[in-house]
Design a protein around this ligand. Structure first.
Ligand SMILES: Cc1cc2nc3c(=O)[nH]c(=O)nc-3n(C[C@H](O)[C@H](O)[C@H](O)COP(=O)(O)OP(=O)(O)OC[C@H]3O[C@@H](n4cnc5c(N)ncnc54)[C@H](O)[C@@H]3O)c2cc1C
Ligand SMILES: NC(=O)c1ccc[n+]([C@@H]2O[C@H](COP(=O)([O-])OP(=O)(O)OC[C@H]3O[C@@H](n4cnc5c(N)ncnc54)[C@H](OP(=O)(O)O)[C@@H]3O)[C@@H](O)[C@H]2O)c1
Length: 579
């Protein structure tokens, strides 16, 4: 990436192309390398998928190391990890399939172990060198000529630069932007005590001897309340609705193992729910006996927290349950049941907002914490943009991010194609409806997925995408945004009725020169239609674009593929100036 908006050919890519190495690179080069935003567990999965396929990419990471949320005290300022944090998902559920965790690891890992595992992952696959640390993406914008313009800021020097990328993979995490009650409770602004979010909580010592009120009944609130109760003078936990609290172990095994077992996934949801409810009841007894309100939703159909320590604290009387907060008054908190308590510290365990500060809000159309994404990854109307790890699985995020990344790598390498935009929109609507039916609402659960069924869905999508690709349905032209045929690089349009000059869809040469381009409603066209789509832009934007340059074919290779890359290289920024 070089300072300013560069469209010069990157010398490295050009050199690679001319010595024939670029021939090994997938045709996504046609639009430049890929930008990955974030090197947490999701971004790392994306980097690994791209790296092992030889797809060129740059990863920008705001902190000085990989691991994101799992790096305690991360200098990115975004980690919500507290000192005692242990994962709620078990080791087997968390590991990447491509990099299993050692057998001697415990069932539930501490944040240190997970951060070390993520370090090992990056080093094992050897892509650490492609990550630009202490570099924060401040803007990503569709480029007028196709691709994406990405602006990044080096955090130490403040230097910013902009470069053009063929695609952007967003993996910035969704547990770093604290969500406070909105609107704030009456009187909260004048509260005499301290108010913090669980995002800022690190250890219980500062709360020794204090009267602490924790709000919420998610995993954060349960952990924080249980920890504080060991040192605080009094610990209250307030909630506006009930949640199912699951012990870490069921039938002697990590609880998530049950939801991860394939036979369990064959069962209908009601049977799974019944089986889990029975095991939970045997392990824990009725929740109302601990004083917790009965959840308004069935198990697996709403919020769920994994906590042994909260239940112990409640049973020992070290934690007291309160209903929703009504208002603050001086150093007192009034609750909805009319009771009041004197409180020194309020800790909001009220969850996180989904935020993309580098994307224009109007671009992604997020509402109620939901971004409309085809299979939770692809925004249909934004070619070249992908989201990894933007899901809330019952189970861990890592294997999900890994599966998503492999699919995106398929798309970028031209091995799979997306369905037409209307079909993607239909899938989004049906997902939304299913979520609304299951959870009686969308907000807060709008990114929920069931672990194994979702992994199966992505597997099926990859297979369907490959079939679409082979059938030529995904064979498409750069649209008005690009002006270049991404298969043959022709700037004058592919006028042949049979297909572009790189080879007809489905033919051997086409198979190697498939462009991993997002379809738009008009782009996702059958071969014959695609020729006319190519003509549609032939006389306009394309006329002003550089003619494609033919690369010398590598001996034994199917020659025409290279022409795509050269045209692309003209849009590839040169090597970074701010490494
Ligand atoms: C307290 C807590 C406990 C959790 N426990 C579990 C668990 O047990 N199991 C589980 O599966 N999940 C758990 N989660 C969810 C957790 O978020 C995921 O496990 C995982 O960290 C998600 O990885 P990620 O890469 O998507 O996001 P993150 O880990 O947040 O990583 C995002 C990365 O992107 C970088 N970044 C962000 N914005 C930019 C930018 N503009 N430019 C450059 N870089 C940027 C950040 O610096 C960060 O490194 C927990 C979450 C919390 C808060
Ligand atoms: N050890 C671990 O592995 C661990 C620890 C902490 C967090 N996590 C993970 O981190 C993610 C975030 O968890 P989280 O617990 O921080 O957030 P969360 O799961 O979103 O839970 C937020 C809680 O706050 C409540 N809440 C939100 N707004 C409220 C308001 N205005 N008034 C009253 N209550 C309100 C919610 O209640 P409603 O349901 O009524 O909205 C819910 O109980 C989750 O994926 C979680 O699994 C894991």
């Amino acid at each position: 990436m070089r300072a300013g908006n560069s469209t010069d050919a990157g010398p490295v890519w050009a050199a690679l192309a001319w010595v024939g190495m670029a021939e090994e690179l997938p045709v996504t080069m046609a639009r430049g390398p890929v930008c990955v935003i974030g090197a947490g567990s999701s971004g790392l999965a994306a980097c690994q998928a791209l790296h092992t396929r030889g797809i060129p990419f740059d990863c920008f990471e705001a902190g000085s190391s990989v691991g994101g949320n799992w790096r305690y005290g991360n200098d990115n300022g975004m980690s919500s990890a507290y000192r005692s944090l242990h994962a709620k998902s078990s080791r087997r559920g968390m590991q990447y399939a491509a990099f299993p965790m050692p057998d001697h690891y415990p069932d539930y890992l501490s944040h240190e172990m997970i951060a070390r595992y993520l370090d090992d992952f990056a080093d094992h696959f050897g892509f650490r060198g492609r990550i630009r640390f202490r570099t924060e993406v401040t803007r990503a914008e569709p480029a007028p000529g196709g691709g994406w313009d990405v602006t990044a800021r080096q955090r130490d020097t403040g230097a910013t630069c902009t470069g053009r990328y063929g695609a952007v993979i967003v993996a910035n995490g969704h547990h770093w932007d604290p969500r406070y009650p909105e609107p704030a409770f009456p009187g909260a602004g004048a509260f005499a005590g301290v108010q913090i979010h669980s995002h800022q909580y690190r250890a219980p010592e500062p709360f020794a001897g204090k009267r602490v009120l924790v709000l919420g009944i998610g995993n954060s609130a349960c952990d924080v309340a249980a920890e504080c109760s060991r040192v605080a003078a009094r610990t209250l936990i307030a909630m506006r609705s009930g949640a199912h609290i699951i012990p870490r172990y069921l039938a002697g095994r990590p609880a998530d193992r049950l939801t991860l077992m394939r036979p369990a996934m064959m069962m209908p949801l009601w049977l799974r729910r019944l089986a889990v409810a029975l095991l939970v009841w045997i392990a824990r007894g009725g929740m109302t006996r601990c004083g917790l309100p009965k959840p308004g939703h069935r198990l697996l159909c709403g919020p769920l927290a994994v906590s042994d320590s909260l239940l112990h604290g409640l049973r020992r009387g070290e934690i007291v349950i309160k209903p929703a907060i009504d208002r603050f008054e001086g150093d007192r908190v009034h609750f909805r049941d009319g009771s009041t308590e004197q409180v020194d510290v309020v800790i909001y365990g009220t969850g996180y907002k989904i935020s993309f500060p580098f994307l224009r809000e109007s671009l992604i159309g997020a509402r109620d914490g939901e971004v409309p994404l085809y299979r939770r990854v692809v925004p249909p109307a934004l070619p070249g943009l992908y989201f990894i790890g933007l899901v809330q699985p019952i189970g861990a995020i890592m294997p999900v991010a890994e599966a998503q990344s492999q699919w995106v790598a398929d798309l970028l390498a031209g091995r799979a194609a997306l369905p037409p935009e209307p079909e993607m929109n239909r899938e989004i609507t049906s997902y939304r409806n299913a979520i609304a039916r299951r959870y009686d609402r969308t907000g807060g659960h709008a990114i929920h997925v069931d672990f194994l069924p979702y992994l199966r869905e992505i597997r099926k999508e990859r297979a369907a995408g490959a079939r679409r690709r082979r059938g030529g349905a995904g064979y498409r032209w750069a649209s008005a945004t690009s002006g270049l045929c991404l298969a043959c690089g022709a700037a004058d349009g592919c006028t042949s009725a049979e297909g572009c000059r790189a080879g007809r869809p489905g033919s051997a040469s086409a198979a190697t020169s498939e462009a991993a381009v997002r379809p738009s409603a008009t782009q996702n066209v059958a071969p014959n239609a695609s020729a006319s789509a190519g003509r549609a832009w032939a006389g306009s934007a394309a006329a002003s674009r550089p003619a494609p340059v033919m690369l010398p074919p590598k001996p034994g290779s199917r020659a025409p593929i290279a022409c795509c890359r050269v045209t692309a290289i003209s849009a590839v920024p040169s090597e970074p100036a701010m490494r």
